[in-house]
Design a protein around this ligand. Structure first.
Ligand code: TYC
Length: 139
């Protein structure tokens, strides 16, 4: 969270600035500046709290899809090779895809998820299997 302090010598300038501020929360404070010689012995300080400018980037899930032709052993090998699963986890996940049609195999940044999905599909094509894999934004 960012804050910014702006001093104003009169209320009109302050109100104008507040009206035009893109910042979402504004608090006004009056500060005593009697030693600084302005007309009413006070300066007005605007304290603005800015919205954070960065959001968390979206995560992407790599999804593997079932088909009728890719051998089960090949899908298990893909899960070991590209997703670092152990043999038990890979077998369970392959069976989940086989029975349910699809399953997420890991969450990554968009770039990594898309690269992994492409690598899996190319690897399957090199071995003449129709295995499909895609990256989807996590909701
Ligand atoms: N359904 C395939 C078969 O019976 C096995 C399979 C599992 C294929 C998972 C793709 O993503 C997949 N040989």
């Amino acid at each position: 969270m960012q804050t910014r302090l702006t001093e104003f010598s009169n209320l009109t300038a302050m109100k104008t600035s507040m009206t035009h501020s893109p910042l979402h929360r504004i608090q006004a404070q009056a500060a005593d500046h009697s030693d600084e010689g302005d007309t009413h012995g006070q300066a007005l300080t605007l304290v603005e709290t800015a919205k954070p400018e960065l959001k968390q980037p979206r995560r992407y899930q790599v999804v593997i899809l079932n088909d009728d032709y890719t051998p089960m052993e090949f899908v298990i090998e893909v899960l070991l090779r590209f997703f670092g699963l152990n043999a038990d986890a890979a077998t369970q996940l392959m069976l989940k895809v086989h029975h349910q049609g699809r399953a997420g195999v890991g969450n990554y940044s968009r770039d990594v998820a898309e690269t992994k999905a492409t690598m899996v599909v190319e690897y399957a094509q090199q071995h003449e299997h129709p295995l499909l894999c895609q990256a989807e934004p996590v909701l």
